[in-house]
Design a protein around this ligand. Structure first.
Ligand SMILES: Cc1ncc(COP(=O)(O)O)c(C=O)c1O
Length: 459
């Protein structure tokens, strides 16, 4: 059995007793996968949960335990697990072929749906992931502007390629993380979000900015919230300084509204990046934006203009299976009020969880917008009333990770033990499939977890 490093906790013991199949798999995984995992956010002690299948708002772990799923495939499952239309389209395409090394009709339909829904999408280029999409967006911005630097905001996540690999959890001073060249980090500036004066001052002090990239409703899709006002001001300042605005809509795209944050906030980007929902939960991404920017990928236009084209191959770009899933998903976004249903589930969840906190006399709060919710565990001991909590009134620093590591772990494990798999210890993502039953189960799990935490004097 893996070393738990932990003792004397009813929560941890309950988790260990409930998940023996996950323990066995994790032991095997440690022999081949670093930390036994395939994505950093799945790291969990004593071992992560190994899942067998999902349906709607639920997943079943390998021991047969059903949990309400609040991770939603890292945000890709706007319709919950296995929505029939997406599953059918995906299977039908598998029977026809998964890779032709050629264009196909569906990539055109897929791109047309993106153009129909996303405000800035005059042209679309498919990629294999969100990381590839932000990578390409930065390259397009540099090629278009002839400038080099990129401005990012503290804790905003844009994938893991070199330009994005610091200033998210650490290295807020802009120094590179292991394996990232100094020279790459030197081309990136990091600022705290929500401070438009600082952005303006930076652009005036230093030239050579090709782009600003941000998560449009805040780091981790609103965990550290930014309002529409900052986004609108950023739109103006970038225009004034000839800097491109890249809205990273990898999570917010097709979720906040059919046109993502651009529609929800009324701000049109120069470029936006997409993944997750765009590919219907299959691997895939896209960068979209103004035609004159994406023309750097066009053989004829660049030749005519005497410009060097940006090379962009990619075996899985617009992969037919992802295209089939994505097309089915985007039709649901367009025609079935999927975003509205997920957003209403978000409202109901935030309200139900704050009622629990209030009735348990907890100075914590649940906040967030759209289909996201975040648990504020109040590490600085602020005077918090969960029924009247305004996250936008607090400075960004208030949302730093809670330093009580054992509390973080026990919230996460406690929720699983009580039948809910949250997004770590900090909240979750809803889908259109999260109904009153799933929300009620989550509220019950939070109440039970709080009582277990109190029983072992963790809070
Ligand atoms: C806002 C944002 N951008 C980019 C990415 C990277 O996408 P991918 O994991 O598909 O590479 C993510 C992934 O979670 C994300 O949340």
């Amino acid at each position: 059995m893996p070393d738990t490093g932990l003792t004397n906790s009813a929560i941890i013991n309950a988790y260990m007793q409930r998940t023996p199949g996950s323990a066995v798999l994790h032991t095997r995984a440690l022999g081949s996968l670093p930390s036994g995992i395939a994505h950093d956010s799945r790291w969990l002690k004593p071992w992560p949960l190994y899942v067998d299948r999902g349906e709607g708002a639920y997943k079943w772990d390998v021991d047969g335990n059903r949990v309400v799923d609040l991770f939603g495939g890292h945000g890709s499952h706007l319709l919950g697990h296995c929505p029939p239309a997406v599953v059918e389209a995906t299977i039908a395409q598998m029977h026809k072929g998964s890779q032709f090394g050629a264009g196909h009709a569906m990539e055109i339909e897929w791109a047309a749906l993106i153009q129909e829904l996303v405000p800035c999408a005059e042209r679309v280029r498919f990629t294999a992931s969100g990381t590839e999409a932000t990578h390409m967006a930065v390259r397009l911005a540099r090629a278009f502007t002839g400038k080099h630097k990129v401005l990012r905001f503290h804790r905003h996540y844009h994938g893991w390629h070199d330009v994005m690999a610091f200033g998210v959890d650490n290295h807020f001073d802009g120094t590179p993380t292991p394996g990232v060249p100094e020279a790459t980090a030197e081309g990136v500036r990091l600022l705290p979000p929500n401070d438009i004066a600082a952005v303006r001052a930076l652009f005036e002090r230093e030239g050579d900015f090709a782009a600003v990239i941000l998560e449009p409703i805040g780091a981790t899709t609103g965990l550290v919230p930014i309002g529409g006002e900052f986004l609108r001001a950023l739109r103006e300042v970038t225009r004034e300084h000839g800097v491109l605005l890249i809205m990273d809509e990898v999570v917010t795209g097709f979720r906040l509204a059919p046109g993502g944050a651009q529609e929800a906030r009324g701000v049109t980007a120069d470029l936006c990046t997409m993944a997750k929902i765009v590919a219907g939960g299959m691997p895939g991404g896209a960068v979209a934006g103004r035609a004159e920017i994406l023309e750097a990928l066009d053989f004829d236009i660049t030749a005519k203009k005497g410009r060097e084209k940006i090379k962009h191959p990619g075996t899985y770009n617009a992969n037919p299976v992802s295209a089939a899933a994505g097309t089915a998903m985007l039709k649901a976004v367009r025609d079935e009020d999927a975003c509205g249903r997920a957003n209403r589930a978000g409202d109901a969840m935030r309200s139900a969880l704050n009622q629990v906190l209030a009735s348990e006399d907890m100075p914590w709060a649940v906040y967030g917008e759209f289909s996201f919710f975040f648990l504020f565990t109040n590490p600085d001991g602020l005077d918090v009333n969960p029924l009247a909590f305004d996250a936008t009134a607090l400075p960004g620093a208030a949302f730093k990770p809670d330093p009580r590591k054992s509390l973080q772990q026990k919230i996460h494990l406690g929720m699983i033990v009580n039948g809910v798999d949250p997004m770590g210890h900090r909240g979750g993502i809803l889908s259109a499939a999260h109904d009153a039953e799933a929300i009620g189960r989550t509220a019950d799990a939070l109440r039970a977890t709080i009582r277990m935490l109190k029983a072992e004097s963790e809070i």
